[in-house]
Ligand binder design. Structure first.
Ligand SMILES: [Zn+2]
Length: 280
């Protein structure tokens, strides 16, 4: 195996529920799927599994050992296009250059699978170029957008895709530090106390921390919205807010994320303060 290569079968142990879901969709695959949750490695593994599932001719597919499966694992299959956001931004030129290929049927008799690994690394222009391709029917072509959370992708891309959620690596053992922040935030929404002493010390909130807090709260919110509050923070959310309130939190978090991702000079502690005060 090439170094750094990912073998879907060993990596996906423990993610059987999403594997089954993909198997169930394989006879009539949606044009685009978003894979979220899991680790970066698991997301790549599931994307490759999907490509194998749609192209392996052995039964039960995918076998993992035939020429097609091996070529997919080696990223050397003629109907596999792999855009690697792990290595930096996915560029407009890469997407634009491929649009003529997407207009054609696949080389073989399976599907051409275009995988965008860590698709949050799209530049805005590249994401919009892909969106144009998703808006036109592309027989025989399917797309995979893999990202840590759907919120990190252009909303219009997500809304055109089927979302597959892998088991979150850490919702129950969310980083202890992030947990403190998300609990403090919900506490402040309920009581109006206990927040600003966290964000006001100079240098207390870096951009990375602010992003982690927003993502952590989005995970908790997702649990609460599904009616499956399994953590203290998601339980507090369910108890303190009705559906409208939860949706409002969702919008506020999306705006916060947007400003953290797109404005270089943003002050991260002000963004978190803005999130805190919008809901009181
Ligand atoms: Zn095979």
């Amino acid at each position: 195996m090439v170094s750094g290569q990912i073998d879907p079968f060993s990596v996906l142990a423990g993610q059987e529920h999403v594997v089954k879901r993909l198997d169930a969709m394989a006879s009539d695959p949606p044009q685009s799927i978003v894979i979220e949750g899991g680790t970066e490695k698991e997301r790549v593994a599931l994307s490759l599994y999907w490509a194998m599932r749609l192209n392996c001719k052995e039964a039960p597919a995918p076998c993992g050992t035939c020429a097609v499966c091996r070529q997919i694992r080696d990223l050397a299959f003629s109907d596999l296009l792999f855009f690697d956001g792990r290595e930096g931004q996915i560029k407009i030129a890469d997407v634009r250059d491929t649009r003529s290929v997407w207009g054609q049927p696949p080389n073989g008799d399976g599907y051409r699978v275009s995988i965008f690994a860590e698709a949050q690394a799209f530049g805005v222009e590249a994401a919009n170029a892909l969106l144009k391709s998703l808006e036109e029917p592309r027989p025989g072509n399917v797309f995979v957008l893999a990202a840590p959370q759907r919120e990190r992708l252009l909303e219009t891309l997500v809304s055109r895709s089927w979302v597959v959620t892998m088991a979150w690596p850490d919702i129950r053992q969310n980083d202890a530090e992030i947990n403190e922040w998300t609990s403090a935030l919900v506490g402040f929404w309920k009581s109006g106390r206990g927040w600003f002493e966290r964000t006001s010390p100079k240098g207390a909130v870096g951009k990375d921390l602010a992003q982690q807090v927003v993502l952590g709260m989005q995970r908790e919110l997702r649990e609460a919205l599904k009616g499956q509050a399994s953590t203290p923070v998601s339980q507090q959310l369910s108890q303190s807010f009705d559906l409208r309130g939860l949706r409002r939190i969702d919008l506020v978090l999306l705006q916060a994320q947007d400003s953290l991702n797109t404005h270089v000079a943003v002050n991260p502690s002000l963004v978190l303060d803005w999130v805190a005060t919008r809901l009181v």
